[in-house]
Design a protein around this ligand. Structure first.
Ligand code: FE2
Length: 315
C-alpha cells in the first residue's frame, strides 16, 4: 500500500504568516489527496490565542480532506512561565492544549502507516541548555524515555505498517543555518535508529530537505509558509510518498508575484528525492502509487478574492 503524507510545519500564524500562501495551500488540499496531514509544530509565533485559533481553523479545514496529526514546536510553548523547573511544566502547554488537545506527542494509525510523535519542544529546560543565549528557548531535546515510548509503539504495531516518526526540531545539521536543532543530537540520532522508525519528519529550520540517517531511515525536512524562509529560498512544504520499495519526498515550492501565487511540484531540478526503502524483516506491502499534480494552484489577485466565509457572524 502506498501512503501519502502532506508534511507542513512552521506556519507561524501571527505577524510572520503569509496568508496568501496558506490560503493557496488550503485551496489545493483536496487535490493533493493526502492520506494524512502532518502539522509539525510552530503553528504560532508567540503562543497567542489568536494565532492558535487560526491554526486550529487550518487544521479543521485540512481534516475535511484527511486525518490531521499535530504536535507543538518551540514557538507554541509558553516557556516564560516555568523556566528550568522540571516538574509542573504543564502550564507551558496550556494554550496549545486548549486548541489541540492534551496529547503533545500523539500516535495515529492510517491505512498503511503508523505515525508516532516525540516531543522535542520543552521550553527553557536543563535538557536543552545551550551556551548560545538567543537559542535558549529555541533549542530542543529528545528525552530517552520519549523514544523508548515510541519504540514500544512501533514494536506493538502491525508489521505491515510503515513506521513514521514526527518531531519538530531538526535531527541533522541545517544546510544553510549550520545549526543542530537538538542538543545531544548524537544520542537522539541513535535513539531514533533504535526505535524502528523508517521515515522521520521534522521542520524548524525553514529550509526544505530530504536525507537519510544511517540504516535507511528517510528524513523529510519541510520548509515554511511564513515570510521567514531561510536564505531567501521560496516557501515550501513537502509531500512524502511511502511506496513498497522506496520513499519519495517531493518539495512543493511557492512562486509569488503581486497578482498570483503558484505552487509547483517537480519543476525545479533536484526537488524530488527518491530513497530506496529497506523492507527486510517485514511483510511485503503492495499497492499502486498515485500521481502528485505538477502545478497545483493559481491564487487570484487579492482584490478579486471571494469572501472566505459565507453567512453572518453573530453580533
Ligand atoms: Fe521551531
Amino acid at each position: 500500500m502506498t501512503v501519502q503524507i502532506l508534511h507542513v510545519a512552521d506556519l507561524h500564524f501571527g505577524g510572520l504568516a503569509d496568508e496568501r500562501q496558506v490560503e493557496a495551500l488550503e485551496a489545493m488540499l483536496p487535490d493533493l489527496r493526502p492520506d494524512v496531514v502532518v502539522l509539525g509544530g510552530d503553528l504560532s509565533q508567540r503562543a497567542r490565542h489568536g494565532e492558535f485559533q487560526r491554526a486550529r481553523a487550518f487544521a479543521a479545514l485540512a481534516a475535511q480532506t484527511a486525518p490531521v496529526f499535530v504536535l507543538p514546536g518551540n514557538h507554541d510553548v509558553q516557556w516564560w512561565w516555568r523556566p528550568f523547573i522540571p516538574f509542573g511544566k504543564d502550564v507551558c502547554y496550556g494554550k496549545y492544549r486548549r486548541y489541540f488537545g492534551n496529547d503533545l506527542a500523539p500516535t495515529l494509525t492510517v491505512p498503511g502507516a503508523i505515525l508516532a510523535g516525540a516531543l522535542t519542544s520543552h521550553g527553557v529546560a536543563w535538557g536543552s541548555l545551550t551556551t548560545t543565549l538567543r537559542d535558549i528557548a529555541v533549542k530542543g531535546h529528545l528525552p530517552k524515555r520519549e523514544m523508548l515510548r515510541v519504540r514500544r509503539v512501533f514494536a506493538a504495531a502491525d508489521p505491515s505498517l510503515a513506521r513514521v516518526l514526527v518531531v519538530h526540531h531538526t535531527v541533522l545539521r541545517g544546510q544553510i543555518s549550520r545549526r543542530m536543532g537538538l542538543s545531544r543530537w548524537r544520542r537522539a540520532q541513535r535513539c531514533i535508529l533504535e526505535s524502528g522508525a523508517e521515515v522521520v519528519l521534522w521542520g524548524h529550520d525553514h529550509q526544505e530537505g530530504a536525507d537519510q540517517l544511517t540504516g535507511n531511515v528517510v528524513v523529510s525536512t519541510t520548509g515554511t509558509l511564513s515570510t521567514r524562509s531561510r536564505g531567501g529560498r521560496p516557501s515550501c512544504f513537502n509531500f512524502v510518498t511511502i511506496e513498497p520499495s522506496a520513499v519519495q519526498v517531493t518539495f512543493f515550492l511557492v512562486q509569488k508575484t503581486v497578482d498570483v501565487i503558484k505552487i509547483h511540484a517537480g519543476e525545479l531540478a533536484g526537488n524530488r528525492v527518491l530513497v530506496p526503502r529497506k523492507v527486510a524483516g517485514r511483510q511485503g506491502i503492495s499497492g499502486h502509487g498515485r500521481a502528485v499534480p505538477a502545478v497545483a494552484f493559481l491564487a487570484p489577485a487579492a482584490g478579486n478574492r471571494k469572501p472566505l466565509f459565507a453567512g453572518r457572524l453573530g453580533t
